[in-house]
Design a protein. Structure first.
Lengths: 256, 136
């Protein structure tokens, strides 16, 4: 049985959440880490290669905006649970093609969703996905074959947004599980709607942890940030929300 | 993939992070291997969506990130194996990422670097060594 470190559910400000993920990627060791979080206040994260102009709601909505170091589309982290797994690229979870690693992680997430009666699957299949929308720049409005979808009433819709960063022989995979409706992401699948009852982040976190234990044949030891990880995150400060970084992904003001 | 594996060029060195380096006069060309491309996009060349390469004049150091590449599901760092100065980048591939799938060895070169000193390739592998490494 493998051992993961667990940084259990905690709420953090948007830029702090990004700094913590970066710290685990850059300053972590060979033990894989699962970090569970919510965003307080809610915030919108741009994909690394996106511009503010790609995401109309980034300028229009009254919400904190950060840029991620991972790709893909923008996500509004409101009624959701964010999970992040960091590990060496040689870890069994991440070895081989990116697509394979997505499959491993997403199969575990699908297992977690089943705890609430959500019949999720990977890939949109042959039926039309109803969450796709052009022009919003939102991750949940553009489904790929690696994504998790479930029935949202009118048809299958995307309900989990995931992205990876691969750096220095290590991998960060983080994802957002949509728990309830969000005004910036209309038409996506939510756990609460599919479950027929409210599902909060604490309940989703427990289900996710149980699913990871079973799927990865692992034990998750409660842990805390190491001194090195904490120092790295503190040095970053609000870098991920810095207007210069939001305006230009190549900007590296101050600590970064 | 297996056809490419049988013909990985032996005129260059390879890194553990799947870049290749080929000496070309007093400069070196640097790119990424077919294995790196395949891991990012599993044969779907349309899955490569962005690539950022450094401008000429940029100083680079061995082990440092010189650029980034995004597939549909991952952003990966591009790592420089030597110290030096970027003297040219292959801007063509930023607009035509399919080149990396088609020909990562020649057309798909990414940057040309003028080494700042003697090249230390002691940590790099030849083609046979790289193939053994990725087969592990």
């Amino acid at each position: 049985m493998r051992t993961f470190r667990l940084l259990d559910l905690a709420a953090h400000a948007p830029a702090r959440n990004m700094a913590l993920d970066d710290a685990l990627l850059e300053a972590g060791d060979d033990t894989p880490v699962l970090r569970l979080s919510t965003w307080e206040p809610a915030g919108l994260s741009l994909g690394y290669f996106q511009t503010l102009d790609d995401v109309p709601s980034a300028r229009a909505a009254d919400t904190t905006v950060v840029r991620r170091f991972t790709g893909g589309g923008a996500i509004h982290h409101g009624a959701e649970l964010t999970f992040a797994i960091t590990a060496p690229a040689s870890d069994p979870l991440y070895r081989g093609p990116v697509a394979d690693s997505y499959c491993r992680v997403h199969k575990a997430v699908v297992r977690a969703l089943a705890a609430f009666g959500v019949e999720a699957r990977i890939g949109p299949g042959t039926a039309g996905v109803v969450s796709d929308r052009a022009g919003t720049g939102m991750c949940f409005h553009a489904v790929t074959s690696a994504d998790i979808v479930w029935d949202a009433g009118a048809g299958p819709a995307k309900g989990v947004g995931s992205a990876q960063r691969r750096r220095g022989g290590r991998v960060l995979h983080h994802g957002s599980i949509k728990l309830d409706t969000d005004p910036l992401e209309p038409g996506v699948a939510t756990v609460s709607a599919a479950a027929g009852r409210p599902v909060d982040a604490r309940a989703m976190a427990k289900a996710l942890l149980d699913a990871f234990v079973a799927s990865f044949d692992a034990e998750f030891e409660p842990s805390a940030l190491t001194d090195a990880e904490l120092a790295h995150a503190d040095r970053l400060g609000d870098f991920f929300a810095d207007p210069r970084f939001l305006a230009d992904r190549r900007a590296r003001p101050a600590a970064r | 993939m297996s056809d490419q594996a049988a013909t990985r060029p032996d005129d260059r060195k390879y890194t553990k992070s799947h870049e290749w380096m080929k000496v070309d006069g007093d400069t070196v060309l640097i790119g990424i291997t077919d294995h790196a491309v395949d891991e990012l996009c599993s044969g779907n060349e349309g899955d490569l969506v962005y690539c950022d390469l450094p401008e000429p004049g940029r100083q680079v150091e061995a082990g440092e990130t010189f650029g980034e590449i995004e597939s549909v599901k991952a952003v990966a760092d591009l790592n420089c194996p030597i110290d030096g100065e970027v003297v040219e980048n292959n801007a063509e591939i930023e607009d035509h990422l399919e080149i990396l799938s088609r020909d990562p060895w020649n057309e798909g070169w990414m940057i040309r670097v003028k080494p700042s000193g003697k090249i230390d390739d002691s940590e790099m592998m030849d083609a046979a060594g790289y193939e053994a490494y990725i087969a592990e």
